[in-house]
Design a protein around this ligand. Structure first.
Ligand code: HAM
Length: 433
């Protein structure tokens, strides 16, 4: 007999996993809405070319793609940003600005499955379009922090590492990288931790970074800056004009104004692999650097135009479920059991009352109460209460010898142990009260 397994790098969601997924999606949704974002969704596959325009080599080499019966080349979405840019370009004039959208798509990338990396995962996307104000970059970062805080994380656990492609570009050009090699330099820097040092140095050499300038760049990249004063130091130490750092200084002011400066640090080593970023770039990391990025994003001011829309500045980020869940587990912040707990467990303690059970269960459910009962035919109350406990029910409704004749039941509060008798007609108000 054929035996099948879920494809490599995908997940089956049994009830506990599904409940966690819904819990996380609930938090993503709640935080998005309170920060003023509206939910959108798109198709799970798109024309293959959509990703070739500007996602960059990394993502294109990881596409799951296929040809349909009409010979159209399609790809399963590896990220949501191109879909969002296509949607905005299509309706740009009808949409009031700023556009603040969030989505929670499942995405597929043909990566080598490893800790923190799967072939199908969920990704919360938060994007703000139609303004180039650094307030927008800061509001996106604030929304990411709001979510992290919602799940119990603190600046002791995670940090938002921020950089700016224009700032890094200017520094790299000062250090000798030609303008037309900047994109290659970004992609190389993004892969720095994934390739051997020798290969990195060799590639950097080809881009115009010799050993001594590379060393200087590494020094800049390694700086973890937390304040404006430190920016001034960098400018002085590396002879970088102040104005080259202005964009980051402006963002820093906004982050401070949002009250989240302690969650943020600046790290010129962050350039991000995706080709469409044009300004600020940021990633959320576990502080010890133990895991891959929890989230990543940045400003992409040219993408909407590239998809045929009007010039529309944009900034946003994606946060995957996989690394976030690993970090929460590591820090002991995963809640015990997030499957829905029952409100009521109806149990039959005397066979004469069994004929009433379905009717009572139905009436409670019709009143909106999450109601369970046992499929066991036993009238052993101890055993049945154990089953009620397994559903984490708050109340047990016990049908006994008097139920059939006198229309009464006992209600037991399973948290306090208190028990009282009540008429069936009074049951809903008693349980809801
Ligand atoms: P990204 O850096 O490719 O950015 O992905 C963002 C996050 O998605 C990562 O930090 C990680 O948490 C998660 N992620 C990515 N690949 C995988 C994988 N194979 N398995 C599990 N999790 C993964 C983007 O996708 C951009 N489109 C985000 C964006 C939105 N930029 C602007 N708006």
């Amino acid at each position: 007999m054929a035996k099948f397994q879920a494809p490599k790098g995908t997940r089956d969601y049994y009830p506990a996993e599904m409940a966690w997924r819904r819990y996380l999606e609930g938090a993503w949704q709640r935080v998005s809405i309170r920060n003023g974002f509206e939910e959108v969704e798109g198709p799970i596959f798109e024309p293959l070319d959509l990703y070739k325009v500007k996602s960059g080599e990394g993502i294109v080499s990881e596409l799951f793609h296929f040809t349909d019966r009409g010979e159209r080349e399609l790809a399963i979405r590896p990220e949501f940003t191109p879909t969002l840019a296509r949607m905005v370009a299509e309706k740009a004039n009808a949409l009031s600005k700023p556009i603040k959208w969030f989505s929670m798509p499942n995405l597929c990338r043909a990566e080598r499955p490893q800790r923190g990396r799967l072939r199908e995962f969920l990704q919360w996307n938060v994007d703000l379009l139609g303004t180039d104000s650094p307030v927008a970059d800061a509001e996106c970062i604030y929304t990411a922090v709001d979510l992290l805080r919602e799940l119990g994380l603190t600046p002791r656990h995670v940090k938002v590492k921020i950089s700016h492609r224009d700032v890094v570009r200017r520094i790299l050009m000062r250090f000798g990288v030609a303008e037309d090699k900047i994109q290659d330099a970004f992609e190389l820097l993004d892969r720095r931790d994934k390739i051997p040092a020798e290969e990195f140095n060799e590639q950097a050499g080809k881009l115009g970074l010799d050993q001594s300038t590379l060393e200087r760049f590494n020094q800049v990249a390694r700086m973890r800056v937390g304040s404006q004063a430190a920016w001034d130091d960098i400018a002085e130490q590396f002879a970088i004009p102040q104005e080259d750092l202005e964009d980051l200084a402006a963002l820093h002011e906004q982050l401070k104004a949002f009250g989240i400066a302690e969650w943020c640090e600046y790290d010129m080593g962050i350039v991000r692999g995706l080709a469409y970023y044009t300004g600020s770039v940021f990633e959320v990391h576990e502080v010890s650097g133990a895991e891959r990025a929890i989230a990543g994003g940045g400003r992409y001011d040219k993408l909407i135009e590239m998809f045929g829309g009007p010039s529309t500045p944009a900034v946003g980020f994606g946060m995957g479920d996989v690394v976030l869940t690993l970090v929460l587990a590591d820090k002991g912040l995963l809640p015990d059991d997030v499957t829905p707990a029952a409100d009521v467990f109806v149990l039959v303690a005397d066979d004469s009352a069994r004929c009433k059970m379905n009717g009572i269960v139905g009436a409670l459910r019709a009143a909106g109460l999450h109601t369970r009962f046992s499929y066991k035919t036993t009238t052993n109350v101890g055993k049945l209460l154990k089953e009620a406990g397994q559903c984490r029910a708050r109340f047990a409704v016990i049908l006994d010898a008097k139920t059939d004749q006198q229309n009464t039941v006992s209600v037991k509060n399973l948290q306090t142990g208190e028990q009282s008798e009540t008429g069936i007609g009074e049951l809903v108000p008693v349980l809801k009260g």
